[in-house]
Structures are given as C-alpha cells and as structure tokens.
Design a protein around this ligand. Structure first.
Ligand code: FUB
Length: 328
C-alpha cells in the first residue's frame, strides 16, 4: 500500500492536536478543529478559534481518511464557553469516553467528558466538567493492569502555572500566578488515576516529575527539555513507560522514560524536530506492530500558525526504547 506519510491527512478542513486509537481494528483519529480567525496571537491562544470536533478513521496505514462528521460542539456542552482545544478518546466498560478541555463561564480551562456507544458518536456530554480538572491537553493511558490514567497540562495559554497553589490565581504578578524561573524545577504535567466510571478522578491530580540524566529535576530555564504542553504516555515492548511532550517555545517533541506510569520520568531525547508553525503536538500509537507518530504542521495554510493540518509517519524505535528523531 502506498504510504501517505508526511502528507496532510485531512485537506477539507484544518485539524490539529491528534490523539489516535485502534478501535474495532481501525485507526480512529480525534483531532481538534481550527477555524479561520482574525484574532492576534497574544500568548494566551486568542488566535485559535475552535468550537467543535470531528472524528476520522483509517482502515489501514496508507488508507484514505474518512470524516465521520461533527461529534461535539461547544453549544452542546452546558458548562463550556469556548476554546475546544486538544481532544482524546478512550474505550472502557463497553463505552467510548471523549475528553476535551474548554473555558468555563469564568474563562478557566476545565476538562470535560462525553460518552457514546460507538467510536464515532454521537457523544453526550456530562452536565459538568470533571471535578478538580484544570488546564489543557489531556491524554489517557490504560495500563496492562487495567488502571487508567489521565495526563494533562499546558503552560501559558494552557493556564498550568496558575494552579501552582492548588487554586486558580487569575492575574500575573499575584503570588502563585507565574511559573518557576531559572534554576527552579520546571513544572511537570499533572496526572490522576481515573475512577472506574471514567467520569471522575480517583484523587486530586498530582505532578509528574521529569528528571535529567543525573536524576535532577529539569530546570525551568532548560527550554529545550522542559515540559510545556501535550503529554502523551505509552508502554513499549521493553515494559517501560514513555511520555512524549512539547517543549513549546523551542518547538520540539521530546520523550522521557520511566518504570512506572506515574513517573518520575527521565528525559531521553528528541522525537520530532520543529515543524512549520509555532505549536508542535504529537501522539504515538501502535498499529499492526508498527509505531506511528501523528503530529501537525501548517503546510496546508502556507504557515498560518492557527490553521494546522494533521500528518503522520512510522517511527523507528530500538528494542531498548530509543527513538530515532524525525525530521518532518
Ligand atoms: O490547539 C490549541 C493548542 O495548541 C493545544 O492545546 C496545544 O497543544 C497546541 O497545539
């Protein structure tokens, strides 16, 4: 089969922030949906106009991508106001759980969930967001012992810094509103084990620690290695856990390794070099014995940073888990 690696996967609309799963023997892709917008990039994401989600599927690697249509719109979610950013889907208990972040009516990012009997919806949103959820870029991983974890977090427009005290601090300059600096440990993504119903957390979210090769926390000033947004966790054939994430302002997708799904994770290297556009956001999925990297860039829009398109390629991963860096 002819591969469509490194080519825009969806061309009739702008798509970004992939999360990809194998359901019913096919690849199901849950991206976010970028709309045309005049808003300026103010560092808080005002240039992104995102109000709904579509789901796509591929029967096989290289196969045509099928758009199954809109599965959720912000107007259908009672608690949500705007900013339907990165989405995620999980299957458990015979149901599909679609997770999404959005601004609530107070302009605070929360994470919501909608359920369906099929991977293509219709998805019915819960009346409120997941209690104690905050920030953006949630990804879900179910371990071989059937425990499911949600990972999430994003700096700057993703508001993670504003939750350092455990409560939302609205304005920069107020104690606890701004992130660590210089030699202070960088902020890590958050995780929580999901309750059996997949609708709530079992505990207050905790921080994932990301360490360097000497076992020291990665520093806030280490912009090429510190966590910024888009965590995604998978377990490789060597039994170890890997978290990939975006370094944000340095535009890399990097990875870190752990013996446990809750960390600490040790930084290992780069997965993906910077792509066209500002954001870099990726997801790793195994399908038919191949490890696939889904990501986005701005090829279709000619480099407009808030109009992105999905792409994918096959990863080369050594038996010890080392990833050969991809140059898109
Ligand atoms: O799509 C909006 C935001 O841009 C996502 O939440 C980030 O990961 C970045 O891709």
């Amino acid at each position: 089969m002819k591969s469509n690696f490194h080519k825009p996967l969806v061309t009739h609309m702008y798509t970004a922030d992939p999360s990809v799963h194998v359901f019913e023997g096919k690849l199901y892709i849950y991206p976010s949906h970028d709309l045309e917008n005049d808003g300026l990039d103010d560092g808080k994401g005002d240039h992104f106009k995102m109000v709904d989600y579509h789901v796509f599927s591929m029967d096989d690697i290289g196969a045509q991508v099928v758009d199954h249509g809109q599965i959720l719109h912000v107007k259908d979610v009672p608690w949500a106001e705007s900013r339907m950013w990165d989405s995620e889907c999980a299957y458990k208990n015979g149901k599909y759980y679609f997770y999404f972040p959005a601004y609530d009516k107070d302009g605070i990012f929360r994470i919501g969930v909608a359920t369906s009997d099929t991977p293509v919806g219709p998805f019915k949103p819960e009346p409120s967001y997941i209690p104690e959820s905050y920030s953006i870029d949630q990804a879900v991983f179910t371990d071989s012992d059937d425990k499911t974890y949600m990972y999430f977090g994003g700096l700057w427009g993703g508001q993670l810094e504003q939750w350092q005290t455990g409560k939302f601090v609205r304005f920069s300059g107020e104690p606890g509103a701004d992130g660590p600096k210089g030699d202070e440990p960088a902020m890590g993504p958050r995780y929580a084990e999901m309750s059996d119903d997949m609708l709530t957390f079992k505990h207050t979210p905790k921080e994932i620690k990301i360490l360097d090769e000497n076992g020291e926390p990665i520093k806030a000033s280490d912009n090429e290695r510190r966590f910024f947004e888009a965590p995604c966790v998978y377990k490789y054939t060597n039994g170890k856990y890997y978290m990939i994430y975006s370094t944000g302002d340095t535009h890399y997708i990097v990875y870190a390794e752990s013996d446990s799904p809750t960390g600490p994770f040790t930084y290992k290297g780069k997965v993906l070099e910077p792509v066209s556009g500002w954001t870099n956001h990726a997801y790793i999925t195994e399908f038919k014995g191949k490890w696939l990297l889904f990501y986005h860039d701005c090829e279709l829009s000619g480099g407009v940073t808030h109009l992105r398109n999905l792409k994918y390629t096959e990863l080369e991963i050594s038996p010890d888990g080392t990833i050969k860096t991809v140059t898109a």
